[in-house]
Design a binder for this molecule. Sequence first.
Ligand SMILES: Nc1ncnc2c1ncn2[C@@H]1O[C@H](COP(=O)(O)OP(=O)(O)OP(=O)(O)O)[C@@H](O)[C@H]1O
Length: 632
Amino acid sequence: MGDAGESGRRTLFGAEELETPAWALGLEATAQAGPLAVARAVPRTVAILTRWAWQGSRRWTALAVVVHLVSGVVTAFGLLATADVFSRLLAEGPTPERVVAALPALAVVVAALAARGLLDAAAGAVTAELVPRVERRVQTDLYTALVAVDLVAFDDADFTALVDRAEHSVTRIRMGASVVGDLVSGSVAVVASVVAAGIVHPLLAPIVLLAGLPQAWAAVSGVRLMFASTLRTIAQARRLAVVGDLISRRDNAAEVRAFTVGGVLADEHERLATELSREGIRVEQRRNALVTVGRAASGVATALGYVAVGLLVYTGGLALPLAGTAVVAMRAASSAVQTSVFGANLLFEAGLFVELYTRCVEDARSRRRAPAGPAPGAPEVVELDGVTFRYPGQEVPALADVGLTLRRGEVVALVGENGSGKSTLAKLLVGLYLPTEGRVRWNGRDLRETDSAAALEHVALVAQAPVQWPLRADDNVRIGRLDRDDPADRAYEDALGRSGAAEVVDDLPRGRATVLSRAFQGGRDLSGGQWQRMAVARGLYRDAPLVVADEPTAALDARAEHAVFSSLRELSAGGDRITVLVTHRLANVRTADRIVVLEGGRITAQGTHDELMAAGGLYRELFALQGRAYAA
Ligand SMILES: Nc1ncnc2c1ncn2[C@@H]1O[C@H](COP(=O)(O)OP(=O)(O)OP(=O)(O)O)[C@@H](O)[C@H]1O
């Protein structure tokens, strides 16, 4: 909880929680790079976007390159022909002859205009085909990298913030991709008009080019300001989204009302939004001022260009007919420079988001489990040896120096008070987390050296907060093992029956075909306990040799709880599984083969119920407390 704000009002998030992630600081340096770096950045972005487009569709990319280059060349031709028309019209001699002499050039101008129109239409069509392909590729790469990321990365706030920003970058990248073509044809036109001006008089070429520079500088500086501000406000923007979610999401709606904190949240939203909009306004004003200065400077430079033309004519350095050509070239150059500056500006901006996105994809790829050795067999013996585990950025380990051996056929219960490390231990046993120190071995093989996805094929996990899959009811169960061969739905029905989910599905309006989500038309939500029954059914349907159930009955009524524990016991009775139960319902662990007691991340006792009761300690204390509560 934060502190009292300036107004004396309580704020939910304090400044100390608004740390900028380390990767954002690195990107800030890129955004502040000098003009040379900027000049390099735009072609690099063009190259990256073109590569992505090429990977998306070679045919359309090749077509886009051709259309835009031809468009640039046609513009250049049109420009040179216009200049020619002027030279001939303003040349010496009788007017009718001058007009006739100008006709061929005029025909080229008309043809160039017509061709430009057609090419613009073609460019629009090609861009419409290409840009969504680039976007699709960018999204696919991001999500392909993300699904392979090691679970522990999601406990690292730096990483999740980067992912959040990368998801937002996709739109900016799409915008960048849509102007690459315009920049290419604009650049060809700039070159053409500079060359045309240079042919008229060598002095005019640099003048034409220099006139565009202030605008380019202003545009780029504006983007820098904007990007630096985006990076600076990442933490605030995330807070704003979090508060927005608290207000708008259905899951939170009841509690927000019950605790009557709607007003506090709305105030907090306003406070954060005001801070952000203040920053936004400041940046936009500065950007606007820069653009105005840039435009004014470009205007002055253009005026100087006209003065130079006048002086050249006055001093006899330029023939009068050529002065007309010079003016045409300068006007064309100015419009081409403007188009190019606009494109380059968007691409410079897109380039920063490309960098952010690329960083995220690279980071995600580096957070994959290193490809390890071959797939492990079904676990017969699971051993933890000196296992210590620290969550990212945490000093105190969640588990410290844990040693434990589980054997096939055993039912082992993990018990302990809240935060003692049970769920963390459950995730380490199955290889979802790798220990910071020590080893987890299956059949003597270190999980660090095995293929983690292959290991998880042998695991059925009923998580503490299971996913409420927004799928049909039957798919909610079958997603436990989609490729399972299940003739006549026998395994499916069995899992439903054992978990108590059969009656849940039977009561649904469209039975097993009902979609379990309010987000879809005709969808239905379930109660907490009903969801939990579905989660247990999913775990049972997975039919794996290592079953880990983390509080599988916390939300269940007494009858359902009894049914679930009986099923789990029945399943392990065959002797070919290892079953690990995490639970606070100590009455249900009495029959476990072994009970492991965790305190503050360490195993402090283990044994059968009778052994632990005889030994005294935390287990007996907790058991007695629960017993008294039931007896009362
Ligand atoms: N993602 C995380 N990042 C940092 N610390 C965490 C994270 N998840 C858990 N912890 C901390 O690790 C410790 C062990 O947590 P764990 O969830 O394993 O406890 P538990 O015994 O399962 O608790 P409970 O009975 O409440 O479910 C706790 O101190 C907890 O605060």
